[in-house]
Design a protein around this ligand. Structure first.
Ligand SMILES: Nc1ncnc2c1ncn2[C@@H]1O[C@H](COP(=O)(O)OP(=O)(O)OP(=O)(O)O)[C@@H](O)[C@H]1O
Ligand SMILES: [Mg+2]
Length: 291
């Protein structure tokens, strides 16, 4: 079920001749943290849109401010300047249109797969039979049919992340936010999970914002890639990925795919090198713990 704000935005898009309206608008976003070593500007004047039904990735080197943006957009972090808007509404805390998937494992170990996925429906007061039926739909969507009665400890890491994604989808969020959900997984599992995400994107036309540091993943999944600079995190460049949809992981063998990967890496290399140089300099100036 779409939130009224985003449904209104989608309706307005249709009325405006099909030009996609932004589901999410990030405007002049800045965030400064006060730390024991002084203030740290994590995010500096970032502006970008996530159009309705599109898949946008935010990519940047470690420590550039990606999770900070994720937490502000998800309404979990305040104290920023600038704005985050869902349709016409400004995000000031957790927003009903936004569902989040975190990097850390977040399944409930004491619940079976089906009861994990049905959790948001249970909280909303949906009866057992109905919520299990709906949960099965999302379990099938992430490719876990047959595992409904298993506990998270009986699954692989990739399967547990799929449970977390299915549970967030069961909220039926208009906007899905994911912060490096596949970071702990091996390359092959990531690519195949990418196929599941592409299938979901195709079936649900799910507006999605993915945080990642993986270039292949960003190009494989996205309509648009926002490349961030290393500290403070600014928008370095926005790249629209014009690869055909529906897509599968087969796309990674194409010449066009390789060209996008090279383009993103060209932008990122400088930032990642700067990050590494700063980290090395900090290690050298820090006093040794051994005395
Ligand atoms: N609560 C906080 N208090 C102080 N500083 C913070 C806080 N959260 C993040 N930072 C700082 O802000 C900067 C950006 O952090 P953030 O976690 O957003 O980076 P990231 O791009 O998600 O990194 P990674 O790829 O390693 O997950 C870092 O310098 C970090 O130390
Ligand atoms: Mg992070």
């Amino acid at each position: 079920m779409k939130s009224s704000a985003v449904a209104k935005a989608a309706f307005a898009a249709e009325q405006s001749g099909g030009c996609p309206m932004p589901a999410l608008e990030i405007e002049n976003l800045s965030m400064r943290f006060e730390t024991s070593e002084g203030p740290v500007t994590a995010v500096d004047d970032m502006s970008f849109d996530v159009p309705v039904g599109s898949f946008v990735s935010l990519i940047g080197p470690s420590g550039c401010g990606k999770s900070t943006v994720f937490n502000i957009v998800g309404g979990l972090l305040t104290g920023h300047t600038g704005s985050v808007r869902v349709g016409a509404e400004t995000v000031t805390g957790p927003h009903r249109a936004i569902g989040m998937v975190f990097q850390e494992e977040s399944t409930f170990p004491w619940r079976t797969v089906i009861d994990n996925v049905a959790f948001p429906l249970e909280v909303s007061g949906v009866g057992r039979e109905e919520r299990h039926e709906q949960a099965r739909h999302f379990i099938n969507m992430v490719g876990l049919h047959g595992f409904e009665r298993r506990y998270p400890s009986e699954l692989s890491g990739g399967m547990r992340q799929r449970v977390a994604i299915a549970r967030t989808l069961a909220f039926q969020p208009s906007i899905l936010l994911m912060d490096e959900p596949f970071a702990a997984l091996d390359e092959q599992t990531r690519l195949l999970l990418g196929d599941k995400i592409l299938q979901i994107q195709q079936d649900l036309k799910q507006t999605t914002m993915l945080i990642t540091h993986n270039i292949t993943e960003a190009v494989q999944l996205s309509d648009r890639i926002v490349v961030m600079t290393y500290r403070p995190g600014k928008v370095k460049r926005i790249i629209d990925v014009d690869l055909p949809r529906p897509r599968t992981s087969e796309v990674i063998t194409s010449t066009a795919f390789g060209a996008y990967v090279a383009e993103v890496w060209n932008d990122l290399r400088e930032e990642a090198s700067r990050g590494m140089a700063e980290a090395e300099a900090a290690t050298q100036t820090r006093p040794s713990r051994r005395s």
